[in-house]
Design a protein around this ligand. Structure first.
Ligand code: CP3
Length: 355
């Protein structure tokens, strides 16, 4: 990088509180954004929803850009997360995918070698080209203080949906495959690890300033398999990204990992740890390096409830993290019945340091 470029890179970071935290700085008040900040709770999102199905919205740069910007206009969030889905990767690999109203995602399950062989890593770059176009537009459109976040699902969580063929409470078919046909399961995870890293490098080159790995079902695994199927692939992705695009930060979200979260943070090399609703962030803070940024972790149902409880809990989380790098967020996504004015109240509470 020449001198002019490196100066402009640091000038850019200086104006973006979320990027500063990802570099290890304790910014006060902490930057704030919310998982699923673009979603059904917003009337302007519901208005666009009638115009196109979910995958069309993800794959049409006009629509995906507009949906990503909606919560930024309303709340001036510090982070704008690309509007897309973790299941875009299986779709790009060639697996059939439908989002069915009231049911959620439905995929043709991958349960044998023939089904795995029909997937093609070669298709991913071209199939995800519209996502990169969305990121390029967002990089131009966002306010200078807003950090643009790309993302992907972690290999284990994406494999859960691919093998099961949709959502599930326990993902028993997937966990059975991991135990009974480890060669097949490992081949699937390897494919996902490689293509996830490639796809994220593409997102970074298109304008994503940091990326997040969503491992929503990490907590289903016992420790030995957590190390194998969650920590190891995540470490490979983080190493690839750090080597290919030095300086770009990775946020890891091992949901429901409980006591394994600190080990995940230490062993994967992620640059920040996103904490789920059940995590005791003060305890996790004591178990990871003091310079490791933590993200989280207000209960989405407290946000939905609003009122005094919301203000009290939001301040408590913010204040407990004071003095260390912290990004304020929820412990999981915004739920659809959340009143939009509760989100406004939350952002105001986090930013009001007089209280
Ligand atoms: O956070 C954001 O606003 C960015 C966009 C985003 C979506 N999904 C949009 C979406 C992100 C980061 C995701 C991640 C995702 N997708 C995860 C990991 C995070 C988590 O919630 O645990 C998972 C497991 C998925 C898979 C998925 N996508 C499911 C199970 C569903 C259906 C259930 C549901 O919540 O509606 C989706 C659909 C989906 N992805 C919607 C949105 C806004 C809802 C579709 C709609 O309302 O039209």
């Amino acid at each position: 990088m020449d001198r002019e470029n490196s100066l402009s890179a640091s000038a850019k970071t200086a104006s973006k509180p979320l990027l500063r935290v990802l570099q290890g700085e304790a910014v006060w008040p902490p930057p704030v954004w919310l998982m699923r900040q673009a979603g059904r709770y917003l009337p302007e999102f519901r208005a666009l929803r009638d115009k196109a199905d979910f995958m069309t919205r993800c794959m049409t740069p006009d629509l995906a850009t507009e949906i990503t910007l909606q919560p930024i206009r309303r709340y001036a969030m510090d982070g704008a997360i690309l509007f897309s889905d973790i299941l875009v990767l299986p779709w790009a690999l060639g697996q059939s995918l439908d989002f069915v109203e009231g049911t959620g995602p439905v995929l043709e399950p991958i349960r044998d070698r023939a089904a795995l062989a029909r997937l093609s890593a070669q298709r991913v770059a071209e199939a995800t080209a519209p996502v990169r176009e969305t990121l390029r537009r967002l990089a131009q459109a966002l306010p200078s203080a807003t950090t643009l976040l790309g993302f992907a699902g972690s290999p284990f969580t994406v494999a859960c949906y691919m093998v099961e063929g949709g959502g599930s409470r326990e993902f028993a078919v997937t966990r059975d495959m991991a135990l009974n046909d480890p060669a097949l399961f490992d081949a699937l995870l390897d494919l996902l690890t490689e293509t996830t890293a490639e796809m994220l490098i593409g997102q970074i080159d298109a304008g994503a300033e940091a990326v997040m790995l969503f491992d929503s079902w990490a907590g289903l695994l016992p420790p030995s398999q957590f190390r194998k199927h969650v920590i190891a692939p995540t470490r490979r992705i983080v190493e690839r990204l750090h080597t290919a695009r030095p300086g770009v930060k990775v946020i890891g979200f091992p949901r429901l990992a409980g006591v394994m979260a600190a080990e995940y943070a230490r062993e994967t090399g992620v640059d920040a740890l996103a904490c789920d609703t059940g995590a005791d962030m003060a305890r996790i803070a004591a178990e990871v390096p003091a310079t490791l940024p933590l993200q989280g972790n207000l209960d989405p149902l407290i946000l939905k409830a609003g009122g005094e409880a919301l203000t009290t809990e939001a301040r408590a989380i913010r204040d407990a993290m004071r003095g260390r790098p912290h990004i304020f967020n929820l412990g999981h996504g915004v739920v659809p019945p959340t009143p939009p004015e509760h989100v406004a109240a939350l952002v105001e509470t986090v930013r009001d340091v007089s209280a």
